[in-house]
Design a protein around this ligand. Structure first.
Ligand code: SAM
Length: 221
């Protein structure tokens, strides 16, 4: 393992805006149901960025919406270190990073605690045998429902046409209302300011000439 990675793992333990669990840090299911009050010291809604990597959406949205709380979630500690450092440099006290598997989110949060989900360039897991690992699979949507507020929405940005079509199929199957959909986000007229925030992976996909797909939908029909 690279020296940089080990250094970042060690630093994460000292950063006040990084929360780790189990093998990665202290046991921290303790905030379940009390994140806003205990962690952020307010009653503001909580928005999560799943598979956040370096957390570009987490920090950019937090800057624009100081009256909301943002949590970037990923299992890779060296990536969330980057977002956590940026949030500290920018004095963003409405940002936290949680290092955990998204598969276990219902152990960390209570029903109704999360108001919005951003899923930014998740691994598409294209092999049929890996379909359950896709972050918009029925399995994952049911995990999100366990912690979501009733009107919660999910926003997906992806370069993967297959993952995009799969997500549309899940949405249709579960009869979930689609809020907005762009097959070619930057090719379909003036892009929205929030949708134009670019993540590390998105920049790489754009440089390679790939189309970016976007869809947002409600978690309940
Ligand atoms: C392709 S990267 C995208 C990172 C970032 N959103 C971006 O656009 O630059 C996918 C990320 O998903 C994370 N990931 C995939 N499955 C996960 C899971 N089940 N739980 C937590 N993180 C996961 C990986 O660690 C990785 O950082």
């Amino acid at each position: 393992m690279g020296k940089n990675k080990l250094q970042r793992y060690a630093e994460n333990k000292e950063l006040e805006n990084v929360i780790e669990h189990g093998a990665f840090g202290e046991d921290d299911f303790s905030h379940k149901g009390r994140w806003a009050q205990e962690v952020f010291g307010n009653k503001n809604p909580i928005i999560v960025e799943l598979a956040c990597g370096k957390g570009e959406y987490t920090t950019s949205l937090a800057e624009r919406f100081p009256n909301k709380n943002f949590i970037g979630i990923d299992i890779k500690g060296d990536r969330i270190w980057k977002g956590a450092k940026r949030a500290i440099e920018q004095n963003l006290d409405n940002v936290r990073f949680l290092r955990c598997f998204i598969d276990h989110l219902d152990q960390y949060f209570s029903k109704g605690e999360i108001h919005e989900f951003w899923i930014t360039f998740p691994d598409p897991f294209l092999k049929k045998s890996d379909a359950k690992k896709r972050l918009t699979s029925p399995k994952f949507l049911s995990i999100y429902r366990k912690i979501a507020e009733e009107s919660a929405t999910v926003h997906l940005k992806t370069d993967s046409e297959q993952l995009f079509r799969f997500t549309e199929w899940v949405i249709e199957n579960q009869q979930l209302p689609v809020i907005r959909r762009f097959d070619d986000l930057y090719g379909e007229g003036p892009a929205d300011e929030l949708l134009s925030i670019k993540t590390y992976y998105e920049k790489k996909h754009l440089a390679a000439g790939r189309k970016i797909h976007f869809i947002s939908f409600s978690l309940t029909s």
